[in-house]
Design a protein around this ligand. Structure first.
Ligand code: ADP
Length: 259
């Protein structure tokens, strides 16, 4: 019946990892990676042992966002050691290929790369492995949803209708493969002028919250569009660790506490 059921038997745990949480969005550019990294750091700030897997094979962003350069080692010649910064362990295709090298891969190769980044990496003991999913509802998302027991998915959306429509697709995909949706985060919820503090609802406001209510989903919180979130991200010093006392950092930590 077109469903992706029956994969349950193949779902093997990743040894040492207690829970795997996917951060997903229906389309690109809504701030999924920014949310994933600050959520992971928020979980770590709340005392958890955290790993972050950058599953965006075609557009890895974690090396830059976390200010990590270099290549993962493999002391035993079999498994890769994850990279580490700000107290979290990280694996990304960006550590394995040069930044300007395009990944010209078809679905099966992406899927096997994802499997390797999950299982052939020495994650150690983790309370949570956050997976920054590629945008959309294709092969990579299905592989993740079907081959590992996801504790749940967090969906990131802007308040705009079109983005919400895409977010709804993501939601339905997870439901179809029996992955619980933990809730929705509204990113770029409103704009705060860094000079005068005036607030503008650039992409309208509250759409994700309404949508969450209608779909019977948890609304996990809203993050404004703010220059310092973008700047800290680009500098490889995400706001949760570089400005831990800011309103935004607190908002991310509150979201982390609900996941
Ligand atoms: P996605 O993973 O959905 O493609 P990114 O997390 O890469 O999106 O974000 C896209 C761009 O928007 C990046 O330059 C990022 O720094 C910026 N951005 C994301 N969220 C915010 C925010 N709340 N405020 C300001 N800039 C943001």
């Amino acid at each position: 019946h077109g469903h992706a059921h029956g994969a349950g038997e193949q779902k093997a745990m990743v040894p040492g990892v207690k829970a795997i949480v996917a951060v997903a969005s229906g389309k690109g550019g809504v701030g999924k990676s920014t949310t994933a990294v600050n959520l992971a750091l928020g979980l770590a700030a709340n005392g958890q042992r955290v790993g972050l897997l950058d599953a965006d094979i075609y557009g890895p962003s974690m090396p830059r966002m976390l200010g990590i350069a270099g290549r993962p080692g493999s002391p035993d010649g079999r498994r890769l050691e994850p990279m580490e910064n700000y107290g979290i362990k990280v694996m990304s295709m960006g550590f394995l290929v040069a930044e300007d090298t395009p990944m010209i891969w078809r679905g099966p190769m992406v899927m096997s790369a994802l499997q390797q980044m999950l299982r052939d990496v020495n994650w150690g003991e983790l309370d949570v492995l956050v997976v920054d999913m590629p945008p959309g509802t294709g092969d990579a998302q299905l592989t993740m949803a079907q081959s590992v027991p996801l504790a749940g998915a967090v969906i990131v959306s802007t308040p705009q209708d079109i983005a919400l429509l895409d977010a709804r697709k993501g939601l339905n995909m997870f439901r179809r493969v029996d992955v619980p949706v933990l809730g929705i985060v509204e990113n770029m919820s409103y704009f705060c002028c860094p000079n005068c503090g005036h607030r503008t609802d650039i992409f309208s406001h509250g759409g994700a919250k309404r949508e969450a209510e209608q779909l019977g989903m948890e609304f996990l919180g809203e993050i404004p569009l703010h220059l310092s979130i973008r700047e800290t991200s680009d500098q490889g010093q995400p706001i949760v660790v570089s400005q831990p006392d800011s309103e935004h950092a607190k908002a991310y930590r509150r979201i982390a506490a609900r996941v």
